[in-house]
Write a protein that binds this ligand. Sequence first.
Ligand SMILES: N[C@@H](CCC(=O)N[C@@H](CS)C(=O)NCC(=O)O)C(=O)O
Length: 206
Amino acid sequence: MLTLFHAPQSRSSALNTLIDEMGIADRVEIRQTDIPRIDGTGHRDPANPHPEGKVPCLVHDGAVLTERGCIILYLTGLFPESGMAPKPGTPEYAAYMTWLFWYGSVMEPVLILDWAKIDHPALTASLRGQPEIVARLRAALQKGPWLLGDEYSAADLLCHSPWAWFPDGMPDDDLIRDWVARCQARPAVARSRARDAAAMAARAAA
Ligand SMILES: N[C@@H](CCC(=O)N[C@@H](CS)C(=O)NCC(=O)O)C(=O)O
């Protein structure tokens, strides 16, 4: 049994969208949970097995997975017919895995540090910075329309997400802007946003 612990309008929304894109909503139970939010609302849910009480958290027959890139890789591997990832062993799959790992190890940390206005030579030496993030995305999107070329994949779904949630805090670039618009135009995104909005409204009314 697969269960996703999901808090609406949070990082787990990407997984909510992915499950819709993959057509596996009947195979994964989406369990709504709560988290402490930046505005002071919400609380840690003791039922959520994430070691830090965060989302997303996926449970598969008792095994706990955390980190969006990891959960995405796991689900697209379990359901290869979903069309959201290339075939393992191909050059496209190598690129796919690289995007997922690069996102969590480099891209999001750099964007958070930049947003927090934290700068240090050690950070630049190991992670590089925003110009390198933009250059890497641009290099792929110049061949585009998607990160892997002709096919939309879960790598696009994950990597575009900071622009979808915090457009004003992200570096502005024409190719990235158009790519984010293409990603956001996916019908699964609209459905996921509507589900999240309804859940947030119910939470506020409770
Ligand atoms: N690196 C993790 C980050 C997960 C994360 O920070 N999730 C936030 C939601 S946006 C959370 O659960 N925050 C609650 C908390 O910090 O207790 C991932 O990408 O999955």
